[in-house]
Design a protein around this ligand. Structure first.
Ligand SMILES: NC(=O)C1=CN([C@@H]2O[C@H](COP(=O)(O)OP(=O)(O)OC[C@H]3O[C@@H](n4cnc5c(N)ncnc54)[C@H](OP(=O)(O)O)[C@@H]3O)[C@@H](O)[C@H]2O)C=CC1
Ligand SMILES: CC(=O)N[C@@H](CCC(=O)OP(=O)(O)O)C(=O)O
Length: 342
């Protein structure tokens, strides 16, 4: 069994980790923290977990992770980096769902995240937890930087085109939509029901912190710098990411064949039949990324549609996928949930 700790067990990604790991055949939850709910029974706060988890939330400042093999951080940016060094030093592996270790250029990270990095020496070692790209590195990693929700959907959508060198890589466009749970389980005006339930809006058009993460990942696939315009939107739904990606083709390519070939052996990337329009509800609660490719009027613009559940493939499910790989388990173990329909 893998003894697991979760820091931040009451947030949306933390609760998704609880949902998944409570039924994971090889995971044993040992520590779950929450400052606000310390001492409360997990299943008292989340009745859907009744009969699944008997632990109480621990105070993160008083907890001993010594009995854990791996600790997941489902905490705001800037928290994991304060604790990872000590955990690694104790032989405990870390899977960080925050952005603390995703961007290799520490100065760039500090600029976008507005804080000084307290563990810069670990950034180089951290493995970016996108299995479709880094599976072999993930196998032997001590520290995983789990990708963000938008970067997961956008990179999986663009990667086959970038690897094939088939597009103008300096004028990529990512038009992305997220459910409100992407903002986290905290009281903010813009995520209140009265504000978000009957509204649709773009935000951070001038620059979103996922831009450097996506640029880093796609530039690595290309072997040279790429650039893209990334525009996120907040949609009146709870969970889901829908990315509409645009790229100008620089040579003729059979998009359907390219994507089917690239993702043929990927357990969680589903390339839909030609002409499809993937819906976020088709991945709700599951670890799948469903992709459809289009070339309107057979012109020189590729339109790629990519959908994920921001809390699963965009966060907790991908984190457990990475854990499975790190521990030599079947990659789909514990994350084979079929989406809830309709
Ligand atoms: N929501 C999403 O779709 C995605 C989120 N992420 C990232 O994952 C991380 C978690 O996101 P999300 O679950 O939405 O966040 P939430 O705001 O929903 O939850 C945050 C959790 O962290 C705990 N926490 C807050 N501050 C501290 C602290 N100083 N020390 C220890 N624990 C703390 C909170 O509990 P308490 O305050 O009681 O301790 C809570 O359990 C973030 O970095 C986010 O950017 C990544 C991909 C997708
Ligand atoms: C709707 C919404 O607010 N989404 C969040 C995405 C949060 C996320 O993915 O977290 P990381 O920054 O750790 O990747 C945002 O746009 O900031």
């Amino acid at each position: 069994m893998i003894n697991v700790g979760i820091v931040g067990g009451t947030g949306y990604t933390g609760v998704e980790l609880l949902r998944i790991l409570a039924q994971h055949p090889k995971a044993k939850l040992k520590v779950i923290t929450s400052r606000q709910e310390a001492g409360t029974g997990v299943d008292d706060l989340f009745s859907s977990l009744r009969g699944q988890i008997t632990l109480k939330f621990s105070d993160p400042l008083k907890v001993d992770f010594g009995k854990c093999d791996v600790v997941f951080f489902a905490t705001p940016n800037g928290i994991a980096m304060q604790q990872v060094s000590a955990l690694l030093g104790s032989g405990i592996k870390v899977i960080d769902l925050s952005a603390d270790f995703r961007i290799k250029d520490v100065a760039e990270w500090e600029e976008w995240y507005g804080m000084s990095h307290t563990a810069p020496e670990l950034v180089a070692e951290a493995v970016y937890g996108l299995p479709e790209v880094n599976r072999e590195k993930i196998r032997n990693a001590r520290l995983i930087a789990n990708p963000g929700c938008y970067p997961t959907a956008v990179q999986l959508g663009f990667i086959p085109l970038i690897e094939a060198g088939a597009v103008d890589e300096n004028h990529l466009i990512a038009d992305t939509k997220s459910g409100v749970s992407g903002a986290g389980r905290k009281a903010e005006i813009h995520t209140l029901y009265a504000e978000a339930s009957d509204n649709f809006k773009s935000y951070a058009v001038a620059g979103h912190r996922h831009l450097p993460e996506i640029r880093q990942g796609l530039s690595e696939r290309s072997g040279k710098p790429i650039d893209l315009t990334f525009v996120p939107h907040l949609t009146p739904m709870i969970r889901g990411i829908h990315a509409t990606l645009y790229a100008r083709l620089t040579r003729d390519v059979d998009l359907q064949a390219l994507y089917e070939s690239r993702y043929a052996n990927e357990p969680f990337v589903d390339v839909l039949p030609a002409g499809s329009h993937p819906e976020t509800r088709s991945v709700r609660g599951s670890n799948f990324c469903r992709i459809a490719v289009h070339r309107p009027r057979n012109g020189d613009t590729a339109v790629i549609l990519s959908v994920t559940d921001n809390l699963v493939k965009g966060a907790a499910g991908q984190a457990v996928q990475n854990m499975n790989i790190m521990y030599g388990l079947p990659e789909k173990m514990g994350i084979q949930h079929i989406p809830l329909l309709p």
